[in-house]
Design a protein around this ligand. Structure first.
Ligand SMILES: [Zn+2]
Ligand SMILES: [Zn+2]
Length: 484
């Protein structure tokens, strides 16, 4: 059975790099510093990792006793001098540099109590995008609910307490023979404790540490990442599953609902995605006019009565990556971003978003493309294929068979109307209407989705809209409106 965090074959002998904040996770009184490396290695060995481990300890080393520095360097643990306030920022920039030189598969480990407050946002986004393993260790218990999803975590004391017998069995894996001591402010590198201590006591070092100050703020790599990437090869022909919340993103007045599918497909094609597209329209279809539901179903858009996301977890079980998930909703950030970000770190699905108004802050969700709903709907209007052209668009049986055929090839239901509250499929729109007005439906609806939840949801959305600002600088140059 798969043990959580256990090494998958491609990671078993791959490199492991460890960034260790020595201030929040110090070596306990009386603990032999020479055991830090073998303990970390033993913990990884237990999970099946045997690749070479590089470890760097960060801190203000003027306060670190010489015997600790000696113990660390004698076991190949590098030691970096950094003022406390800039520790996270140096660790992070070193991590990013390391990633540049060490493509996945490889394993990263962060030993820091700041993993949640300082590192998690950018790391969670990076991890949705790249295939590095990530492990964490920390001395104080973390809060649950972080968007960051590591492969495994240890408390610092548990990590250091890895069995001695096991530790003594370990031979130190190949050590990095690079400098063991370094000071970034002065670009100093040295091999001896004495030389390092001497360097730290010089006036030159004191001056440089002030003049070459390392900025305490982390340089978030993903903050400047643009939207609307061309498709990566593995997703270019993979399926695209669209969850569309029609309550947040309705069909605009006068818009032909049969244009929804071609518009989406045109926008995907523009970015190089040509895989089969399944679209499911969620909503309170009691309020959706018949002709719209008919137009949707005639173009192979499945219509489900419920709020969306109910089916996402079911879907992923039968649709492993590579695949693209697209969510059309205004509620993603408020309601689902944490859970979804964790899912994407584990599974590496590709993600698209569309919403009726721009989010007021950058999400922890890493997307390959984002659209404003109404501009997305315009994407297909100028599409040249006669099948897609708005003026010649005809819903004939051949078209419908073609679309439904495409759906059933993918093993999906061709029952186009259903109620996911009651988990029932309806053969026709009339059946759906009959079902929605039934007593049975009313009872289940109230049980699963009572008015109080609906009110809470509306309330959250109101607050979100109120704090939205058009002037948010982070969005000014991100191509958010590239389709408008
Ligand atoms: Zn220095
Ligand atoms: Zn129902």
């Amino acid at each position: 059975m798969y043990k959580r965090g256990a090494a998958k074959p491609e990671y078993a002998t791959a490199k492991i790099a460890v960034w260790w904040d020595m201030k929040c996770c110090p070596i306990p009184e009386g603990y032999d510093a020479r055991l830090v490396r073998p303990s970390i290695e033993a913990a990884f060995n237990e999970l099946g990792y045997s690749g070479p481990v590089s470890i760097t300890g960060y801190g203000d080393q003027r306060q670190t006793p010489c015997h600790i520095l000696r113990g660390l360097s004698s076991t190949g643990v590098a030691v970096a001098q950094i003022k406390s306030e800039s520790t996270c920022s140096l660790m992070y920039s070193n991590m990013l540099e390391w990633r540049d030189h060490n493509p996945p598969p490889a394993t990263m480990m962060l030993i820091s109590d700041q993993w949640q407050d300082v590192f998690s946002w950018d790391l969670a986004r990076l991890q949705q995008h790249t295939k590095y393993n990530l492990f964490l260790s920390y001395s104080t218990k973390s809060n649950i609910g972080s968007a960051l999803e590591p492969c495994g975590k240890w408390t610092w004391t548990k990590l250091l307490a890895t069995k001695r017998e096991l530790v003594q069995d370990q031979k130190c894996c190949s050590r990095e023979l690079s400098a063991m001591f370094y000071c970034k402010s002065c670009s100093y590198q040295g091999q001896s404790v004495e030389g390092f201590r001497k360097h730290l006591s010089t006036r030159k070092h004191a001056v440089r540490e002030v003049t070459n100050r390392i900025h305490p703020e982390l340089d978030y790599l993903t903050r400047t990442w643009a939207k609307d990437y061309p498709a990566k090869p593995e997703y270019a022909t993979a399926q695209i599953a669209v969850w569309w919340d029609m309550m947040d993103c309705p069909i605009p007045e006068g818009y032909d609902a049969r244009q929804v599918r071609p518009s989406l497909e045109a926008a995907f094609k523009k970015l190089g995605y040509s895989g089969p597209v399944s679209i499911t329209a969620y909503g309170d279809h009691n309020k959706t006019p018949d002709y719209i539901l008919r137009e949707l179903s005639s173009t192979g858009v499945e219509v489900i009565y419920s709020r969306m996301f109910r089916n996402l977890s079911e879907w992923k079980d039968s649709n492993p990556p590579p695949a693209t998930i697209m969510l059309i909703s205004d509620a993603v950030e408020v309601m689902f971003s944490g859970a979804l970000a964790r899912l994407l770190q584990e599974t590496k699905y590709n993600l698209f978003l569309a919403y009726s108004y721009r989010p007021y802050k950058m999400s922890v969700l890493l997307t390959s493309a984002e659209w404003l709903w109404e501009s997305l709907l315009l994407a297909g209007v100028f599409f040249s294929s006669p099948y897609h052209h708005p003026l010649t668009f005809e819903t004939n049986d051949a078209t419908r068979r073609h679309v439904l055929g495409k759906c059933s090839e993918r093993g999906e239901s061709t029952k186009m109307f259903s109620c996911s509250v009651c988990i029932c499929d309806c053969k026709s729109l009339e059946d759906l209407r009959t079902h929605l007005s039934s007593e049975d439906h009313a009872v289940l609806q109230e049980r699963h989705y009572p008015e109080v939840i609906r009110m809470k949801y509306r309330c959250i959305k109101q607050c979100q809209k109120a704090s939205f600002s058009n002037d948010d600088y982070r969005f000014s140059d991100m191509g958010f409106l590239s389709n408008s």
